[in-house]
Ligand binder design. Structure first.
Ligand code: GLY
Ligand code: MN
Ligand code: MN
Length: 436
């Protein structure tokens, strides 16, 4: 767990960055799935990053400037509700446990906010995420304005909070990286289990069930995103999630699955043969993707820019596609004309953290930003060959992606998910061991 003083320190950093004014951040609402059934609750990542509080119906208020303090509004204790829904902190216990300066019942938010915004120059909020929230913030400002004759001034400036919080979330502390390392380790075990469980005749959802069981068995909160378990031609559907097809002898199985642990995501893809042995054409495509991934990971180091791992992967993939007869012509023109996009149409990665596609800009002033120690990203090249004109028959319907979670370190990088086998010999050895 991330120690509470780290959250206190983050709120202090936010106050420094705000310069003055009041920030107000709600956590995520509970969402109804149907009738009385709710989606599993997941807090808002920005809110959680600043306080570690997991209950719904909570709002964090951070006052910067001379009277700086942090205030939580949360559900009141309610012995009757707690019989149904379980323990809730209530303002008193939440204030102590999460080191807030003040805490109040959420029902007081609308009456307290105009007082908190009085004589403040700026209100900081997430603009544009939720029109109802934006309207509520403006309503508080208007209430302060309506008191002008009593000598109170209202905020004149409404500022978006994303920019400052995105930067704070982008560079991970050692405690966060440790949590992500543990999340990746659980997901690694799930991928190994998926390889062991793979058999012709099983359904994709059976493999998904093995994976999710492994996540929960080790205390992970949930999958960080809907797992993709795609056999055969379904591996060429990038966001395939129905996971109900049959695994066939001779097919590859693409598994993109990662758990969320203590709020932090992992995101790993492995592709392996259902029967434990790659065919020649499968191996050709697989080795190409693996080489592209090695080139991309080799480009992850401080000072290199965000795009360099992607460019490195694209170059290897384009050359390989030409060598395999998937593309014609010279590598420079395949890269320049983006001909490779016929078989590799997504980017090579994204930031990873509390969200699977984590917060943080990829460009600064129009240029790809430099990698810095503490950034965590995925490296996930792929090659997806749909049958079509000019596509060699032997490669048709082969879809491969290999995805790892990588931390930028002072010396270069660390691959958090390295324990999941990805060399052909290692995958085949692991799968053989269980079949003998
Ligand atoms: N699993 C989501 C992604 O790879 O981006
Ligand atoms: Mn990913
Ligand atoms: Mn993924």
């Amino acid at each position: 767990m991330i120690p509470i003083d780290i959250y206190v320190e983050r709120r202090r950093r936010l106050m420094d960055a705000m310069g003055g004014g009041v920030a107000v951040l709600p956590t995520a609402p509970e969402r109804i799935r149907n009738r009385d059934a709710h989606y599993p609750y997941r807090f808002d990542s920005y809110f959680y990053h600043l306080c570690g509080f997991r209950e719904p119906d909570a709002v964090l208020v951070v006052v910067a400037g001379k009277d700086r303090r942090s205030i939580l509004f949360c559900r009141e204790k309610d012995p009757e509700r707690e019989v149904w829904d379980g323990y809730r902190y209530g303002p008193g216990e939440a204030r102590t446990a999460f080191a807030f300066d003040e805490a109040y019942a959420i029902g007081m938010l609308d009456t307290r906010m105009p007082d908190l915004l009085a004589d403040q120059a700026t209100v900081h909020s997430h603009l544009g995420d939720d029109p109802a929230w934006d309207a509520r913030v403006i309503d508080w400002v208007n209430q302060v304005r309506s008191r002008a004759r009593s000598g109170v001034t209202a905020p004149r400036d409404v500022r978006d909070l994303h920019a400052v919080l995105d930067e704070m979330r982008l560079i991970k502390r050692p405690e966060e990286i440790d949590t992500m390392r543990r999340a990746a380790a659980i997901s690694v075990q799930a991928h190994q289990r998926a390889m062991r469980a793979s058999r012709a005749g099983r359904r994709e959802y059976e493999i998904e069930a093995e994976i999710v069981h492994e996540f929960r068995r080790h205390g992970a909160d949930a999958p960080a995103y809907t797992p993709i378990v795609a056999a055969g031609e379904r591996a060429c559907v990038l966001h395939y999630v129905s996971n109900d097809g049959v695994l066939k002898d001779g097919d590859l199985l693409l598994v993109d699955a990662g758990c969320e642990l203590e709020g932090y995501a992992s995101d790993i893809t492995r592709t392996f043969p259902v029967n434990g042995t790659f065919s020649g054409p499968q191996r050709d495509i697989y080795e190409l993707v693996l080489a592209a991934q090695a080139a991309a990971i080799g480009a992850v180091r401080p000072g290199n820019t965000w795009n360099m791992p992607h460019d490195a992967a694209v170059r290897v993939l384009a050359q390989g596609m030409i060598d395999l007869g998937l593309l014609q012509g010279a590598v420079d023109s395949a890269v320049e004309t983006e001909a490779y996009k016929k078989f590799y149409m997504h980017r090579t990665g994204h930031w990873l953290g509390l969200d699977v596609h984590d917060a943080g800009d990829y460009k600064r002033d129009g240029a790809w930003r430099a990698l810095e120690p503490g950034m965590v990203l995925t490296v996930e090249p792929g090659c997806y060959v749909r049958p079509g004109e000019g596509v060699p028959e032997r490669f048709a319907n082969i879809g491969v992606r290999v995805e790892d979670d990588v931390v930028v370190t002072a010396a270069g990088c660390e691959v958090l998910s390295a324990g999941a086998p990805k060399q052909v010999a290692d995958i085949e050895a692991l799968m053989r061991a269980d079949r003998e």
